[in-house]
Design a protein around this ligand. Structure first.
Ligand SMILES: [Zn+2]
Ligand SMILES: [Zn+2]
Length: 195
């Protein structure tokens, strides 16, 4: 593992700025790796899978430290709105879920209280506060399906309605038809003009 300072440096560069979320994300991922007994996440990246529960600052830092990426299927995003992540060791099937404590923000105020800038003060506090002050930790089990794992696509079918290809069993079966999620009524968009 690199040091906290080294990770924060890299995180700031890749995320574009330094912020309390970066500190939380880096520390969360470092704690997760320690809990799983993985000392070099990049070397062991094939073993690692990370679920993140929010699409905000901390997630970039979690991805940076673990080397888990959306494009590699090793980073899974769940839209729970929580500053939390679950780190899974695929080799041992051990998993730990770590969530940022809501009272950490309040506790942070006691650190370097002389600092006039509350944003910077919070950020500096998050660097030195104890793991147990920042996070709550759970041992968890994550059920993973083969079609959720990294590696080559397990399947690819064409949607009966729109003709677009669908990987890894994400199709739906509706009244005997094979449909993509969009055509099955789970769409997040509305076509304004066909290309
Ligand atoms: Zn940020
Ligand atoms: Zn379709």
């Amino acid at each position: 593992m690199k040091s906290l300072e080294e990770y924060l440096d890299l995180a700031a560069r890749s995320h574009g700025h330094m912020c309390p979320g970066q500190v939380l994300g880096v520390r969360m991922a470092m704690l997760g790796m320690a809990q799983l007994g993985i000392d070099d996440p990049i070397k062991h990246r094939k073993r690692l899978l990370t679920f993140v529960e929010i699409d905000r600052c901390a997630t970039d830092a979690v991805s940076l430290v673990t080397g888990c990426r959306l494009g590699k299927r090793s980073l899974k995003y769940l839209d729970y709105g929580k500053v939390a992540a679950t780190f899974v060791d695929l080799q041992t099937e051990r998993a730990v879920r770590i969530v940022a404590r809501d009272d950490a923000r309040e506790k942070a105020k006691a650190f370097n209280a002389a600092d006039a800038d509350p944003y910077k003060q919070q950020m500096e506090a998050y660097k030195v506060m104890g793991d147990d002050e920042l996070f709550t930790l759970q041992r968890v089990r994550v059920k993973l399906r083969p079609e959720d794992l990294p590696g080559r696509p397990r399947s690819r079918v064409m949607c009966d309605k729109c003709g677009e290809g669908v990987n890894d069993g994400r199709e739906r079966s509706v009244s005997g038809r094979v449909l993509c999620r969009n055509c099955a009524g789970e769409s997040y968009y509305e076509v304004v003009k066909a290309g």
